[in-house]
Write a protein that binds this ligand. Structure first.
Ligand SMILES: [Zn+2]
Length: 417
């Protein structure tokens, strides 16, 4: 199937004249440099002028790619097969209807943890040791990979015996690093557990962007932020950071790692507010490609939507609409993150029919989880399409109910609602 998809993509790309493609590549290069520059100078006018060109280029391509899909659906389905505006709208409307009231209620409630925890500093060498410990637990050994250091963490699969990941260390961000490691190792595990025959071929990797993200988020959030895993982690944290940790209870750590907040950074968002960070970006993209919004108004629209969902407004474009690098290279990527999170819940429900992964998390034991995901998801690599893998693993088509129920149950319990 993957080969058919590759063929379809190549055939599609061939419909765009070479000079247009070359122009597009030049615009992406310029936009990426402009985004970097704007971050330092805080003058986003140079980036916005490139973004105008990028939006025009994408719209320009629609006339060559029109066929099974039209307009913005071309952008969306290029990133995630089968997922059109109609499907995303239905998922996001459901999330808005069922989850937004909960977000709004929780944002008025007092913090559940000792906020002194946010002021602690955590020695970086010790953080590196914790990274090693997490990798060992998850079965990610030095023989198959390495955790390098970078500003924006990512994972790079070379072959099924060599998949490398990265993280970022900061004395104030112990948990941010810890969960970033679990996230990236989740991506790595997916590729390492591909059928070994796919190694270093076009079939190695994940079935789609959302499928890949469903795996990283499964390890990071569903397992890593579970009460059971934090029960396992707490004594380890106390052992590594005895002075800092003696002031905090297990509840402090659990509630801190699941704190629902209206902070501005998408990558630091908690599980409950995360989909709204995505919905804001999705709505902006949709309006841009439906000619209902122009680039010079993106920031105002972003702030307006942020205010609507979270009751606050970012102070500048760095904290607001242009915090992510994604728009410097194209569109349609953000919704796959939320879709991936939602798919994780469907995988979890299916896994729970076979065994309870949270019992294993009490002992930091990932073996049964890894084996289940290998058998039902990972082994297929790119040899099957996104929805085929989902159906094989869960027996169902995509069903957002699992995600909505998971979020509601988890956060209502945490906040005693
Ligand atoms: Zn990811």
């Amino acid at each position: 199937m993957a080969i058919a998809k590759e063929y379809e993509d190549i055939t599609k790309q061939r419909r765009i004249p070479v000079d247009i493609i070359t122009k597009g590549m030049r615009i992406v290069n310029e936009a990426s440099l402009a985004w970097e520059e704007a971050r330092t100078s805080l003058d986003y006018s140079i980036f916005e002028s490139k973004l105008v060109k990028l939006v025009d280029y994408e719209k320009d391509c629609y006339k060559y790619l029109d066929g099974k899909y039209h307009g913005f659906d071309i952008t969306l389905t290029e990133m995630e097969d089968d997922f059109t505006e109609e499907k995303y709208d239905s998922l996001f409307n459901e999330i808005e209807k069922e989850i937004l009231p909960l977000v709004k209620k929780i944002l008025t409630m007092p913090k559940k943890y000792n906020i002194e925890l946010t002021k602690e500093k955590f020695d970086i060498d010790k953080q590196r040791k914790l990274t090693k410990k997490i990798c060992d637990l998850m079965g990610y050994s030095n023989e198959v990979g390495v955790v390098g250091e970078t500003i924006h963490p990512f994972t790079n699969g070379i072959n099924s015996c060599d998949v490398r990941t990265t993280t970022r260390y900061d004395e104030s961000l112990l948990f941010s690093n810890l969960y970033s490691v679990m996230h990236e190792v989740g991506h790595a595990t997916y590729e390492l557990q591909n059928n070994s025959e796919f190694s270093a071929t076009a079939l190695m990797g994940g079935a789609s962007c959302a499928l890949h993200e469903s795996q990283s988020r499964f390890y990071e959030n569903y397992l890593g932020r579970s009460r059971e895993f934090i029960e396992f982690l707490y004594p380890i944290l106390k052992e590594v950071y005895p002075t800092q940790m003696e002031k905090y209870t297990l509840d402090d750590i659990y509630y801190y790692c699941n704190d629902v907040s209206n902070q501005f950074t998408r990558t630091e968002a908690d599980e409950l507010t995360y989909p709204f960070h995505i919905i804001i970006r999705y709505k902006i993209e949709k309006e841009l490609f439906h000619n209902e919004l122009t680039v010079d108004k993106i920031s105002d629209r972003f702030n307006e939507l942020f205010m609507e969902y979270f009751g606050v407004k970012p102070k500048n474009k760095l904290l607001g609409c242009y915090q992510d690098v994604h728009w410097s290279s194209g569109f349609g990527y953000f919704p796959t993150y939320a879709l991936g999170s939602a798919m994780s819940a469907q995988f979890l429900a299916s896994m729970e029919k076979d065994f309870n992964p949270f019992t294993d998390m009490k002992n930091g034991d990932f073996k049964r989880v890894n084996a289940w995901l290998k058998e039902h998801v990972h082994k297929y690599g790119k040899s099957k399409k996104n929805l085929e893998v989902l159906k094989i693993a869960t027996g169902e088509d995509f069903n957002p109910r699992y995600y909505i129920d998971y979020l509601k149950n988890k956060f209502k319990k945490i906040y005693n609602i």
